[in-house]
Write a protein of this length. Structure first.
Length: 338
């Protein structure tokens, strides 16, 4: 690919003209889609109808993430990684050491990348409860759902960075002993995992995902911390990521990621808008799925009224209120936009 003919700010009128400038063959169908992704790894462009405006030409090609790399979370990868790597590079520039070790929680990552606003992170729900009359159940359902979604997006992005050998990322636990937070060793990590297993047993659940799905997160961790205090005299624990890298190597990989403040805010808005769109659509999908499941049971019951199992299943089936979608969108509008 010949990039010498490209200039930042240039507008290329047609795809064929772009191929000619790059000494690339004109393609159609899936080969063209693959070629466009290859272009994206060498330069950033903006589509303007049939034209291409050249925004940035990368000194070092980036790896464009697609569905084969990251599954359904690929929509967020580029913006997320730009913002996280920019943050790490800036933190590393504040000290002289080449080797860097930075600890990050999910909450910190959400703030750094602009996935949600400060009200979400503070869980400040007074306005929603008192001014919007939104039910506490719907607010808790929002936090449960977004918590699971955000964990998946963050986990997918970090795994991608780790698999590309850009960052060395490890899950660690921090424990509070006599008012001091410190990193747990492997023996202590196993103690924490054992306490979690006991808490699951007490709640009659099998996985931590079930804990979240059943709105038992606060109760679960209260039990875990009680066990750890009784058995080890610890005052609490939490899980976070330990991110390690050599500053010199990271700067080679992310030269094109370093952003001025305004550019960084644009990337945050892009990611944040994608999150808003996704959550709104997911709300509609969850509601419609619930309605369809209920309708299917009702149709079964019409033809098999004597079937007590169907009658019991229909009676016990969870039903979203008709205001669910509207209230969820109100919550999203209040707690997500930055």
């Amino acid at each position: 690919m010949n990039l010498e003919n490209l200039k930042v700010g240039m507008v290329v009128k047609h795809y064929k003209d772009l191929c000619e400038l790059l000494d690339e063959k004109v393609k159609i169908g899936n080969p063209k889609k693959a070629q466009m992704k290859q272009f994206e790894s060498h330069f950033k462009f903006e589509k303007m109808g049939n034209s291409f405006k050249i925004i940035e030409i990368y000194e070092v090609p980036i790896r464009v993430v697609d569905n084969r790399d990251t599954g359904n979370n690929s929509l967020y990868q580029i913006n997320f990684q730009i913002l996280l790597l920019d943050y790490l590079a800036r933190k590393a520039s504040e000290v002289d050491n080449n080797f860097q070790k930075i600890e990050l929680t999910n909450q910190q990552i959400i703030s750094i990348t602009g996935m949600a606003n400060d009200l979400y992170l503070e869980r400040n729900n007074d306005y929603l409860l008192e001014n919007c009359n939104i039910s506490e159940f719907h607010i808790n359902d929002f936090y449960r759902n977004t918590g699971i979604k955000f964990c998946r997006i963050i986990g997918s992005a970090l795994t991608n960075l780790k698999n590309r050998y850009i960052l060395n990322i490890t899950d660690i636990y921090k424990i509070n002993e006599q008012g001091e937070w410190r990193t747990a060793d492997k023996n202590e990590e196993t103690i924490i995992i054992t306490a979690k297993k006991k808490a699951l047993s007490i709640l009659n659940l099998k996985t931590e995902l079930q804990v979240k799905m059943k709105f038992k997160t606060v109760e679960f961790y209260k039990i875990v911390n009680e066990i750890l205090f009784i058995e080890n005299n610890w005052d609490g624990c939490f899980k976070c990521y330990e991110v390690c890298f050599f500053k010199s190597e990271l700067n080679k990989d992310i030269k094109h990621h370093l952003k001025e403040y305004e550019d960084k805010k644009k990337e945050q808005y892009k990611l944040n808008n994608k999150i808003i769109g996704y959550l709104n659509k997911d709300t509609e999908n969850r509601y419609n799925k619930n309605i369809k499941e209920i309708q299917a049971l009702e149709e079964k019951y019409i033809y098999e009224e004597s079937n007590t199992e169907i009658a019991k299943e229909l009676s016990n089936k969870f039903r979203y209120k008709t205001c669910f979608v509207e209230e969820q969108k109100q919550i999203i509008k209040y707690l997500i936009p930055i």
